[in-house]
Design a protein around this ligand. Structure first.
Ligand SMILES: [Zn+2]
Ligand SMILES: [Zn+2]
Length: 321
């Protein structure tokens, strides 16, 4: 299956500020002036830049896609990352009203639904969307977000076909005989759900908006058996530094140190840190990633396991597993 990241920012959309942009421009010019010679190419200069200068981690809120080997599309959450996804989809079959796709919702906090009114395929006749979630009144909640007093076009008044499917705990859901989906509930204000996608021997788990803390990893592992264990790819909430996680106890998010502990404990193969705190600059996220990698290396050595691959969630990132 192919997993693609369209929105990785937590809580609310976070555009790059003018000040941050100017600091980047300054850093790029300084690097170029210091290192340029007649033989230096632009690509050479780009390689010299720190990653927080050469890369924009992204300001759109949560949206991730899973494409099965047969080409079926699943969309996880509808944060503002859904808008660029929709813009791409309408250049393909969704533009002709021939797309069928499954949505899966972790929960309905704003940052996970606010992209839906701006998802162009929703307005095209012939497209069909199945809205899956354990949330009993999901349809009512999505309608409520798009009431006329909040948005000019109501959700039920859009032209695509919409179906709602309430998922049940311990019952898996299969997309086109190939992609098996199940879920577990998570600790988060108002509740949230982690989804697991399995295709053949491979597994991908999406677990955002969850607060793991203290010895929760061990107890959670014993409560939920092998849900997380040995995942080929785990995208996990890691919104805070450890200090901020202590200050924001019960806010429903995990520190990056704890996220690494989870990845080690569950022996995942690839761990992706996501739901970046909106007040953190890319420079801070870059230093968090370095610290997390150091913690990962030390923890894997202590546990005598192979070091899982670690990634900082970045818009446009693609994984083939
Ligand atoms: Zn969130
Ligand atoms: Zn939330």
């Amino acid at each position: 299956m192919k997993i693609e990241l369209w929105g990785v920012r937590g809580s609310l959309p976070t555009p790059l500020t003018n000040n941050e942009y100017q600091l980047r421009v300054r850093s790029i010019i300084e690097t170029a002036l210091t290192n340029s010679s007649s033989k230096t190419s632009i690509d050479d200069i780009i390689k010299l830049l720190p990653s927080h200068v050469s890369t924009l981690y992204g300001g759109n809120t949560t949206c991730v896609t899973v494409k099965s080997r047969k080409g079926n599309l699943a969309i996880l959450d509808a944060g503002t990352g859904l808008r660029p996804l929709g813009d791409q989809l309408i250049t393909e079959e969704a533009g002709e009203g021939k797309l069928t796709a499954n949505f899966f919702f972790t929960h309905t906090h704003w940052d996970h639904i606010q992209g839906l009114p701006f998802f162009k395929p929703l307005y095209i006749k012939g497209n069909k969307f199945i809205f899956n979630s354990p949330i009993r009144d999901l349809h009512e909640r999505l309608n409520y977000q798009q009431k006329f007093k909040f948005f000019p076009r109501e959700f039920d008044d859009t032209d695509s076909v919409k179906e709602f499917n309430q998922l049940k705990l311990n019952e898996s859901f299969t997309i086109d005989d190939s992609l098996i989906v199940d879920f577990i509930p998570l600790r988060h204000p108002g509740g949230s759900f982690a989804y697991r996608f399995r295709e053949g021997e491979k597994s991908f788990i999406f677990s955002t908006d969850v607060e793991f803390r203290g010895n929760a990893v061990e107890s959670f592992t014993s409560d939920h058996g092998d849900f997380f264990c040995s995942a080929d790819l785990l995208i996990l909430d890691s919104q805070y530094t450890l200090d901020e996680a202590f200050a924001k106890f019960d806010w429903g998010h995990t520190s990056y140190s704890m996220a690494v502990n989870c990845g080690i404990n569950w022996k995942v193969k690839k761990l992706v840190l996501t739901h970046h705190e909106p007040s953190y600059s890319d420079e801070k996220l870059s230093s968090i990633y370095s610290d997390a990698q150091e913690h990962m290396n030390a923890s894997a050595k202590a546990a005598q396991i192979e070091v899982p691959e670690l990634f900082l969630a970045t818009e446009g990132m693609v994984f083939d597993i």
